[in-house]
Design a protein around this ligand. Structure first.
Ligand code: HPA
Length: 292
């Protein structure tokens, strides 16, 4: 068999099984809680406190959920929490899988597929990002208005199972206007004025060069990061409404005359996590309201 045929048949086998695996994982999770969340939340690193404060939560290690990708590192890949925030049931993914870790796109997006099969209707997705727009300060929270996919691949490549959604899903309004409106109002009530921006996804794990940041700025990006876009593509294919929020953990490469470090990203994330979790807590009840 030619290499191309072999790889095509491998793809289609993986694709055909994906729906069944997502369905099985969703049933497994729902059998362990009486809650039936309609809102999912993907937490970027450092936001675990939001999951910890959920009321009446069921916590499942990814390693316990059938079909979840096995961690490539020693530590736990993450946990799913199903609990209540402000009286509203939510399913929270604490810990995400990145393409740069060597996971396939199917693996990176599997947890969101499972949320979709659990009956989630809206997905709140958070991340750390480098700020390209001169309007952003370090530590700012920015609502994602649109994205540019520079990861060089797409999670929907391969066999398409129509039970997930369309072969060619529309991405015109990938990020919901009404959920962004809710977030803006919630932020304003909490004393935060939230900017909006276009998020460019790159694979990493190296940070960008200053020339790459100039190129991304020219191409319309305000933020740059190594996650989110695959999950959003899959969420949109499944018909979920998406709210994306970035924390500008650092100014992008070349804006300041200093190197970017992972420590800086973590430190800024930590510095604003109280504000970030307050915003998350604040948006859940009004989102639940519009989903009714
Ligand atoms: N570039 C890419 N990803 C990031 C950055 C960055 O500057 N900061 C946080 N995630």
């Amino acid at each position: 068999m030619s290499a191309a045929r072999k790889s095509r048949s491998r793809n289609s086998r993986a694709g055909a099984g994906l729906f069944v695996r997502a369905e099985r994982a969703a049933k497994f999770v729902l059998a362990r809680t009486r809650l039936r969340p309609r809102i999912g939340v993907v937490l970027g690193s450092g936001l675990g406190a939001f999951a910890e404060e959920l009321a009446g939560a069921t916590r499942l290690d990814y390693s316990r959920i059938p079909g979840f990708p096995v961690s490539t590192v020693e530590s736990h890949a993450g946990q799913m929490y199903i609990g209540a925030s402000g009286g509203v049931p939510v399913a929270v993914l604490a810990g995400r899988l990145h393409f740069y870790e060597g996971y396939s796109m199917d693996e990176v997006t599997f947890p969101v597929r499972v949320l979709g099969r659990m009956g989630i209707r809206a997905l709140v997705i958070t991340n750390a990002a480098g700020g390209i727009s001169p309007d952003y300060r370090q530590g700012a929270l920015v609502l994602i208005r649109d994205h540019v996919n520079f990861q060089g691949t797409n999670p929907l490549i391969g066999h398409n199972d129509e039970r997930f959604g369309l072969r060619f899903p529309d991405m015109t309004r990938a990020y919901s206007d009404r959920l962004r409106h809710i977030a803006r109002e919630t932020g304003a009530r909490q004393g935060m004025s939230l900017a909006e921006g276009v998020y460019a996804a790159v694979t990493g794990p190296s940070f960008e060069t200053p020339a790459e940041i100039r190129a991304l700025r020219t191409l319309g990006a305000d933020l740059v990061g190594m996650s989110t876009v695959p999950e959003v593509i899959v969420a949109r294919q499944m018909g979920l409404e998406v709210l994306g929020i970035s924390c500008v953990t650092n100014l992008a490469a070349g804006i300041l005359d200093q190197p970017i470090t992972h420590e800086e990203v973590l430190e800024t994330g930590w510095r604003v996590h109280t504000q970030f979790t307050a915003l998350l807590r604040g948006v859940i009840p009004p989102i639940a309201e519009v989903l009714k």
